[in-house]
Design a binder for this molecule. Structure first.
Ligand SMILES: C[S@@+](CC[C@H](N)C(=O)[O-])C[C@H]1O[C@@H](n2cnc3c(N)ncnc32)[C@H](O)[C@@H]1O
Length: 260
């Protein structure tokens, strides 16, 4: 008899396979088109993951320093929420957040991702300030009065179906509601924009066609913004803080905040 898996179990299994190194998956989360072409090696995989992590960490550290200098920071609800930890290769900035006295919550549907985040927390010596919650984002969604000061979701929106992305962006938008006298809430998305990934390119001195994505969907920044505005029921500002090439894919670092 073939077991029938509930959607949540299916999602967990899907991510356990994608995040776990195996003979069939020697380079977890590397671009599947380059893996098929035989262009990903142990050396370039390691180097690209490191550079991706450094890009996210330097951007977030800069942001956290600016945020901590804002009036109202000392008395604010200083929570950082990470949605979708994956390999936890881009979360080294959590150390800076912990140094600034922030509490850290990581939510991921996958036990493998939560284990990766816990391992990183222990390595950085910040595990006592960090809570890992294993669960699906929408299932765990409950609007609380105290919204996290910072929400970070990297390579997360792109792995959601269009309907789910719309619902999640509305939830994210409502997280931007800011109590009086506190710094504006921030949502950071690391996301590949369609206009940056639709032409042939050169990588490692090799001419390649435009990236072919596995199960990622390249949503436009305007679409993310539209649903975030709807969730906040107010204006949201979007800034692109930087761009980074991961192999031949281009990622943008987006910051969304309530409009002034
Ligand atoms: C592409 S990975 C993120 C990779 C991460 N940025 C990194 O660099 O290692 C996406 C993560 O989101 C999690 N995820 C996907 N959909 C989710 C959902 N609906 N609720 C909670 N977690 C989800 C997956 O388990 C996975 O760990």
């Amino acid at each position: 008899m073939v077991p029938i898996l509930l959607p949540l179990q299916e999602l967990r299994l899907h991510w356990a396979k994608k995040l776990t190194l195996s003979e069939k998956n020697p380079y977890p989360l590397a671009p599947s088109d380059l893996v098929k072409m035989g262009l990903v090696t142990a050396e370039n995989y390691l180097a690209q993951n490191l550079l991706f992590g450094q890009f996210c960490t330097s951007t977030m550290e800069r942001e956290l320093l600016q945020l901590s200098a804002e009036p109202g920071f000392a008395n604010a609800h200083k929570e950082v929420q990470v949605i979708g930890a994956g390999l936890a290769r881009d979360l080294y900035w959590l150390q800076k957040a912990a140094e600034l006295g922030m509490t850290l919550t990581v939510r991921d549907v996958s036990g493998v991702a939560c284990a990766n985040a816990r391992m990183l927390g222990e390595r950085l010596g910040i595990d006592s300030q960090m809570e890992c919650l294993e669960g699906e984002f929408e299932n765990g969604w409950a609007q609380s009065e105290e919204t996290p000061l910072v929400t970070y979701a990297s390579q997360f929106i792109q792995v959601q179906s269009i309907r789910k992305m719309r619902r999640i962006m509305k939830c994210f938008g409502s997280l931007l509601r800011t109590p009086e006298d506190e710094p504006r809430r921030r949502l950071y998305l690391v996301h590949p924009l369609p206009e940056d990934n639709d032409t042939p390119r050169s990588w490692n001195n090799i001419q390649l066609p435009a990236p072919k994505w596995g199960d990622s969907l390249l949503y436009k920044a305007e679409d993310c913004l539209k649903y975030a505005r709807c969730g906040l029921n107010g204006n949201v500002e979007l800034d692109i803080l930087g761009k980074h090439d991961y192999f031949h894919q281009k990622y943008s670092f987006l910051r969304l905040m309530p409009g002034k």
